[in-house]
Ligand binder design. Structure first.
Ligand code: ZN
Length: 221
């Protein structure tokens, strides 16, 4: 049984409890401790060894002093994010994210027609430092900025461009049964559809359906 003091000293507990960080899952220590899973991560991270020790509680926050603490803390956050990006593509990581998804821990789609469909985090670029995290809706297949509950500074690469799509391939029952038809808001004036917008919607519908069929045709048989 952990005491409160032990909890304070546990790096992941502190990190995951920080405001907005609840979209990260808790990466198993055994995954982090396996050097194979960390291949090449040491190249671009300052204080790599200390950061890794901090994450695994081989050193504790109270043992690191002053300005050095801030540097190692930042390196640990950066390293954890990159480990997280790999972990959520594994079965164990996917199951942890599933648990969060089923509890709508990532928020719901702001689009009225999506009827509060749960969102899932996504990166729009796999390179770190290029774009912040966004949220993907599997109903309208669009991405949204984080709401106020999420830390908007989180790097999208910590969630990868692949994750949500692999997630729904792994758990296809979670996708709405729309048969590729997405309810769209139809603008009307005095009860009549506005032609210009309807044309845009038809074009969007065609492009989305085309993209879906193209990706299906590329799947291994
Ligand atoms: Zn949506």
């Amino acid at each position: 049984m952990y005491s409160i003091e032990d909890q304070v000293e546990d790096w992941k507990t502190v990190f995951l409890a920080q405001k907005g960080n609840s979209i990260f899952c808790n990466v198993d220590d055994s995954y982090i401790a396996d050097p194979f899973n960390l291949t090449n991560l040491d190249k671009d991270i300052d204080n790599y060894k200390s950061a890794l020790k901090l994450i695994l509680n081989d050193i504790t926050l109270s043992k690191i002093k002053g300005l050095h603490l801030k540097k190692i803390w930042d390196s640990a956050c950066f390293l954890y994010g990159q480990i997280h990006a790999r972990y959520i593509l594994t079965n164990d990581g996917m199951l942890k994210m599933l648990d969060k998804y089923e509890n709508s821990a990532f928020g719901t789609c702001p689009r009225v027609q999506c009827d509060q469909q749960s969102l899932i985090p996504v990166g729009i670029d796999d390179r770190v430092g290029v774009a912040r995290v966004k949220f993907y809706c599997c109903n309208c297949e669009d991405v949204y900025e984080p709401d106020g509950q999420c830390n908007k500074e989180i790097d999208g690469a910590f969630f990868t461009t692949t994750f949500p799509h692999l997630f729904f391939l792994s758990f296809p029952h979670l996708k709405p049964k729309t048969k590729f038809k997405i309810d769209r808001y139809v603008p009307r004036m005095f009860g009549y559809k506005i032609y210009r917008h309807s044309k845009l919607h038809k074009w969007q519908e065609r492009e989305r359906t085309k993209a879906i069929w193209e990706s299906i045709s590329k799947l291994p048989v």
